[in-house]
Write a protein that binds this ligand. Structure first.
Ligand code: CTP
Ligand code: MG
Length: 243
């Protein structure tokens, strides 16, 4: 019964603006991906980390990780595989690289480099206690509006609101999401053909299988680096940790 973490890191980071692929951008002088790998390896339960690199960047990512070896109690084996066009495809390629003895899998965005180890461990514990899918989540700060699907011509125009879901019943989900390995494999096999834009959330695929998904408390520092302001916040969090 071993636990592995798959880290999808194959995205370009379009919303972050021009520059290197997002996972390779520096945070406190160290690539975001290296922070994410360390965050997974920091859990004593995680013995293998599979990094899913940009499709044409596996050799570069391998070299980068070799330049930043894991140390001390953060030791884990690190594999690098090339990713795909969508996050869903990248995760599927990462799962395909797992050895047979892995029974619990975490899927963790490279773009969430600062997740605390306590959050990682809480997810693993809930899976080991029998939940097939476990997701760290937080209540929303903002009220959310539903709108009509966007048509091309409507871009830039005011949008018509169709509803306001009750905020207290909504949760914003983070990673690492944790899974019984066979359940996640089954979900990715079943929905591989439906890739299209691809699922942005692995637990959502497990829901479509009909298996239960449960939430555990997430953490503010597990936020996703998506837009330029998120980099400012990430640098500030790192500086506070180092102080
Ligand atoms: N990801 C991936 N393969 C893809 C697309 C995304 O492995 N084809 C990964 C990203 O590298 C990231 C995670 O999925 O770690 C979450 O995706 P997101 O935050 O959307 O990152 P990007 O897709 O890189 O960013 P953007 O959508 O702004 O281009
Ligand atoms: Mg994306």
């Amino acid at each position: 019964a071993r636990t592995a973490a798959v880290i999808p890191a194959a995205g370009r980071g379009v919303r972050l603006g021009p520059g290197a692929p997002k996972a390779l951008r520096a945070l406190g002088g160290t690539p975001m991906l290296v922070h994410a790998v360390r965050a997974m390896a920091a859990s004593r339960a995680v013995s293998l980390v599979v990094v899913v690199a940009p499709p044409d960047g596996a050799a570069e990512v391998r070299a980068l990780l070799d330049d930043h070896p894991l140390t001390g109690h953060d030791r884990a084996e690190v594999l690098v595989v090339p990713g795909g066009e969508t996050r869903q495809e990248s995760v599927r390629l990462g799962l395909a690289a797992l050895p047979a003895d892995i029974t619990t899998v975490l899927v963790h965005d490279a773009a969430r480099p600062l997740v605390p180890v306590d959050t990682v461990d809480a997810v693993i514990t809930a899976v080991r206690e029998g939940a097939p899918a476990v997701v760290p989540a937080l209540p929303l700060a903002d009220t959310v509006k539903q709108v009509e699907p966007r048509t091309g011509a409507a871009a830039g125009e005011p949008e018509l609101v169709t509803g306001t879901p009750e905020r207290s019943l909504l949760r914003a989900v983070q990673t690492p999401q944790g899974f019984d390995r066979r359940t996640l494999d089954a979900a990715h096999e079943k929905f591989a053909a439906l890739e299209g834009e691809g699922a942005t959330d692995d637990a959502g695929m497990v829901e479509r299988l009909g298996a239960p998904v449960v939430l555990v408390p997430g953490h503010e520092e597990a936020f996703k680096v998506t837009r330029p302001l998120d980099l400012v916040l990430a640098e500030a969090v790192l500086a506070r940790r180092r102080a």
